[in-house]
Design a protein around this ligand. Structure first.
Ligand code: HPA
Length: 272
């Protein structure tokens, strides 16, 4: 992770899109459709961007989409990089550094997650109030470049309380039910065992997934404000008497897409 590669990627993107995006959107599995709603869209495949990794997993298009949502300038990642794909933590979080370099102030990070909290149902949307990093790695390990952030970043309010307040007010206005809770990140790519899910519940987790936490750590290191939204795509392992699969994750996110889209668009409009 060096400043030079961040600036190289940012300079290329600025040559394609002149205005400054205010909000960065990181769109999880099945949630990339939000980028299709962006107006005056300029789409740049990751493969074209210098220094950018290339995404591989199904359900991810792998491009940055610039444009406006309700008149607010945004940069959206349609598809993200996961640790389980074999990218190192610096690659996983590189796009967040680039967003910061482009002038983004707030990132809205989304994902599909398994419900650990027994009160949740597949299809619920959950505002992330906090996280537990169980990936077994950390994106800030290594020498710290003080130009990018401090050595020991505070994480006492990683997910901005004010942004959550805005999200809750918008959800209420749109009559969309939202849960709130703690997101636990595991490395994947296996889904968890029932014993692991019982452990995560005991430790205070409400939802579990394989992303988000590295990006949020780097966003906080970079001084960006974060709003996190999980789409509860399934109940986590062992809760229901059925196996888990990626198709179910995609099907559920497909089902709640409309609510997810209107919630995020309205939040963006509110923040603009
Ligand atoms: N576990 C981990 N990641 C996930 C899940 C899950 O149950 N559902 C969607 N992403």
């Amino acid at each position: 992770m060096n400043l030079e590669s961040i600036e190289k990627a940012a300079a290329y993107l600025q040559s394609k899109f002149a205005s400054t995006p205010k909000i960065g959107l990181i769109l999880g599995s099945g949630l990339g459709v939000l980028a299709d709603e962006i107006e005056h869209a300029v789409k740049i495949p990751y493969s074209e961007i210098p220094e950018f990794p290339v995404s591989t997993v199904e359900g991810h298009a792998g491009q940055l989409v610039f444009g406006t949502l309700h008149g607010v300038s945004v940069a959206a990642m349609q598809g993200r990089f996961h640790y389980y794909e074999g990218y190192d933590m610096h690659k996983v979080t590189f796009p967040v550094r680039v967003m910061k370099a482009l002038g983004v102030e707030t990132v809205i990070v989304t994902n599909a997650a398994g419900g650990v909290n027994m009160d949740f149902e597949p299809g619920d949307l959950m505002l992330i109030s906090d996280h537990i990093n169980f990936i077994g790695n950390h994106p800030l390990i290594g020498p710290n470049d003080a130009k990018l952030g401090v050595r020991f970043p505070d994480m006492s309010e990683a997910y901005c309380k004010k942004l959550r307040r805005v999200a809750k007010d918008v959800a209420e206005r749109l009559n969309i039910k939202v849960q709130e809770g703690v997101y636990v990140a595991m490395s994947g790519p296996t889904y968890e065992t029932p014993a692991e899910i019982r452990m995560l519940r005991t430790l205070g987790g409400d939802a579990v997934g394989m992303s988000t936490v590295p990006e949020v750590i780097v966003a906080r290191h970079a001084g960006l404000q974060v709003l996190g939204i999980s789409c509860i795509s399934n109940m986590a392992a062992g809760i229901l008497d059925q196996p888990l699969n990626h198709e179910e994750v995609i099907e559920t996110t497909e089902r709640v897409k409309a609510n997810f889209l209107s919630l995020v668009k309205e939040i963006v409009s509110e923040l603009g």
